[in-house]
Design a protein around this ligand. Structure first.
Ligand SMILES: *[C@@H]1O[C@H](CO)[C@@H](O)[C@H](O)[C@H]1NC(C)=O
Ligand SMILES: *[C@@H]1O[C@H](CO)[C@@H](O)[C@H](O)[C@H]1NC(C)=O
Ligand SMILES: *[C@@H]1O[C@H](CO)[C@@H](O)[C@H](O)[C@H]1NC(C)=O
Ligand SMILES: *[C@@H]1O[C@H](CO)[C@@H](O)[C@H](O)[C@H]1NC(C)=O
Ligand SMILES: *[C@@H]1O[C@H](CO)[C@@H](O)[C@H](O)[C@H]1NC(C)=O
Ligand SMILES: *[C@@H]1O[C@H](CO)[C@@H](O)[C@H](O)[C@H]1NC(C)=O
Ligand SMILES: *[C@@H]1O[C@H](CO)[C@@H](O)[C@H](O)[C@H]1NC(C)=O
Ligand SMILES: *[C@@H]1O[C@H](CO)[C@@H](O)[C@H](O)[C@H]1NC(C)=O
Length: 322
């Protein structure tokens, strides 16, 4: 079995209607359903509202109606609601799959459990590595950078003026201060380029910043990101840069997604427009191994309707709707 992986993060409500070339792949009009095994897309859900597991997977190739069932990953057991049991995933936040098939899960922890990075081997679904931070709460998102000198994770936290840097080889994490900037969403440009740039949006304003990752890795305690531009909206919630250098951004309480071609000067384009409802918690983005962008939305009409969309370039056909 050669599974392919998409890690998607989801936190809430959104509405749907496509502007650009998004194709709806799945829709669950009657709420999500759960079952055991199968593989493919990973979703992180809030455990509220009757959702029992914070980290689930589903098979993208089974696109069909009725929509596929979700599988708690890696097991129901690890999601048992035990806030004082730090061997359970408490609150899964950012997710990413690395190039060697490991799923990284950023867990915000609980009052009793420090925040944790879980790294799962997707061949066995066993935990490969666990890193415990010295704090809990307010975890927002992570990006991974794989270099010849090792693998690093860069993590943002709500309400904090710093970036958390984690070195896998050293099993160490530290913070780099970003004075005056509360980084919320985070995206990494061109992992293959020499000078990789990290992009950060300031939670309280509409500012977008960039910083070279080497400035975060070299032991400095304070970083000074450079201002890149101003989004039309504040509170950027999720950002992702695809293999063509296009950045996608979703905003809290806004029902649209914007993009920017990072090879050009800063200019936003609307690539997705919801149908009128505000997004209380916008959905999330993920790239699969072919560089296809996926996103998950929750459309609240009379009840939540969950949808997974993928961006089509060139010819694109609808795989399944309900
Ligand atoms: C690992 O988890 C995925 C996703 O739930 C599943 O499809 C796969 O069969 C599992 N693999 C093993 C070895 O258990
Ligand atoms: C990594 O460090 C944490 C403490 O920061 C420790 O709990 C954990 O066991 C370490 N993991 C490995 C694989 O060494
Ligand atoms: C959380 O981290 C702090 C600082 O390292 C440590 O003192 C505390 O014991 C940790 N708590 C848990 C539950 O691991
Ligand atoms: C790896 O580390 C060496 C020595 O610290 C440094 O010169 C080199 O630039 C680093 N390479 C990358 C890709 O970070
Ligand atoms: C780290 O990088 C930053 C930005 O490039 C630079 O200002 C700083 O002097 C560097 N620090 C060290 C210890 O090399
Ligand atoms: C982004 O801009 C560059 C430079 O103008 C251009 O070559 C490239 O085709 C653009 N990318 C996309 C996806 O439009
Ligand atoms: C990636 O592309 C290959 C060849 O077109 C295809 O067989 C495979 O299913 C694609 N993978 C995903 C995740 O879509
Ligand atoms: C959408 O796809 C069509 C053809 O499939 C293409 O002509 C058009 O440029 C695409 N639009 C965007 C915004 O990518």
């Amino acid at each position: 079995m050669t599974p392919y992986f998409v890690a998607i993060f989801l936190l809430g409500l959104t509405s749907l209607a496509t502007a650009a070339n998004f194709t709806q792949v799945f829709e669950w009009p009657d709420g999500m359903d759960y079952e055991w095994p199968s593989e493919a897309i990973f979703l992180s859900l809030t455990k509220d509202n009757g959702i029992p597991a914070a980290l689930v997977s589903l098979l993208t190739s089974s696109a069909s109606s009725p929509p596929p069932k979700l599988t708690p990953f890696p097991s129901w057991d690890i999601h048992l609601n035990e806030p004082a049991n730090c061997n359970k995933i408490q609150r899964a936040r950012g997710l990413q799959v690395d190039s060697v098939g490991r799923l990284w899960v950023l867990d915000a922890g609980s009052d009793s459990c420090n925040a944790t990075l879980w790294i799962f081997n997707l061949n066995t679904n066993e935990t490969d590595f666990i890193h415990r931070f010295s704090f809990h709460g307010w975890m927002h998102d992570l990006v991974l950078e794989e270099t010849q000198n090792g693998t690093f994770a860069y993590i943002t936290r709500w309400r904090n003026q710093h970036i958390v840097v984690f070195s896998l080889e050293r099993n160490e994490s530290w913070t780099v201060d970003t004075p005056e900037i509360n980084p919320s969403s985070i995206a990494l440009l061109s992992p293959k380029k020499e000078t990789r740039q990290l992009y950060l949006s300031n939670y309280h304003t509409n500012e977008l910043y960039s910083i070279s990752v080497s400035a975060l890795r070299n032991g400095t305690q304070t970083a000074n990101p450079e201002l890149v531009g101003y989004w039309t909206a504040i509170r950027t919630y999720r950002m992702l840069i695809d293999n063509h250098g296009t950045m996608y951004a979703a905003f809290l309480w806004k029902n649209y997604v914007h993009s920017w071609n990072t090879s050009q000067s800063f200019e936003e384009q609307r690539v997705y427009q919801g149908d009128g409802l505000n997004f209380v918690w916008p959905f999330t983005f993920a790239l699969d191994q072919n560089g296809t962008l996926w996103m998950m939305v929750v459309d609240i009409i009379t009840r939540p309707i969950y949808r997974i969309l993928k961006v089509c370039s060139g010819s694109c056909h609808e795989i399944g709707t309900a």
